[in-house]
Design a protein around this ligand. Sequence first.
Ligand SMILES: [Zn+2]
Length: 387
Amino acid sequence: MSVGTGVGNPAPGFTRGTGPRGPSQDNLAALDYRTEAAAFLAPPAGGVIDAHAHLMGAQAPRLYARAAALFGVTLTYTMTQLHMVEPVHEALGDAVRFIAFPTWADPNPGVTHREGYLRVIEEFRRRHASRVLKVWAAPRLRELIPDGADCWDVESPWRVRACELGRDLGMMYLVHVADPDTWFATKYADRARFGAKPDAYAGLERMLDRFEAPWIAAHMGGWPEDLERLDGLLSRHPNLHLDVSAARWMVRELSRHPAAPGKPDFRSFCLRWKDRLVFGTDIVAMDDHLSPRKANPRSIKADQASDPDAAFELYASRFWALRALLESAFDAPSPISDPDLAMVDPARFDANSSPRLRGAALPHDVLHAIYRGNAQRVLLGWERDHP
Ligand SMILES: [Zn+2]
């Protein structure tokens, strides 16, 4: 079955059941992602930039690179812990840049996310020429550091100190400000403990005013559920950009728009903000994906795959879904299962449920801006101006 596009963009081939492995959580339709990759639009000159990935280990980044190359990616910005940078650099060479990122492996999260992070930022800048630092302000920090009111929120004192240091070092910002609405409806339902989702955005807006360097807000600013809110944020803050990373979340929520009659649709949103959106995947690649033995048994990500072929499928599926969402007119269940569906509504969904994926079939010039042009201007431009 081949899926028509309606506007002339090549759609992914979507020939069910031709993949080498049969169905899996990352490939419910048993697609051959290698064949599928070739059916997408030719990448822009210079290649696609993945502005948001998490590469770890010696082998998994090579599998990531293989999947990335199939989908046209030539440069990746990764959030890799400081002590894990070398093998990733060896695996990807010139095709990788490092975003300053907290050292999660440190035993004391209270230090990691406070003064420890300042030291780490300086080292990333000095040793790895990082010009971007991650501002991680997810609600989960409240579980991790129960006494951390001075570092939980995006404008908390320790986040401000990190951003001041970044300003002094000539760095820009990548911020994670909020998690999916599905999580606020379930695991973060305790408002007294986790706060309400809109609260985080008041702080983000003050930070955007206070620190004038470019910001990229991850995962459609953390609010793909509400395009009107994103519209307001982008209108008020010319230094703000959004990445489209986190494939399952983006597919589930962006395919739903318009959320109601008269509300914005995703395609019009992309046309309006075509200069402010950057491609990213949020793929987590780790050597734990390559065998059933897990070095990090506590990491839920470690269980996402247990052999090299499954790891490749995992990584390829994210590229496939994000590119299908942006450039095709695909309209069918996503081939990637989405556990959030059952988390919110266990009576209707199970572990193999997936949401509707409705492609935006964006015009070529908009796709090229999202795939490369905007990251080239914002990220590579910033690097050029801050050697
Ligand atoms: Zn991420």
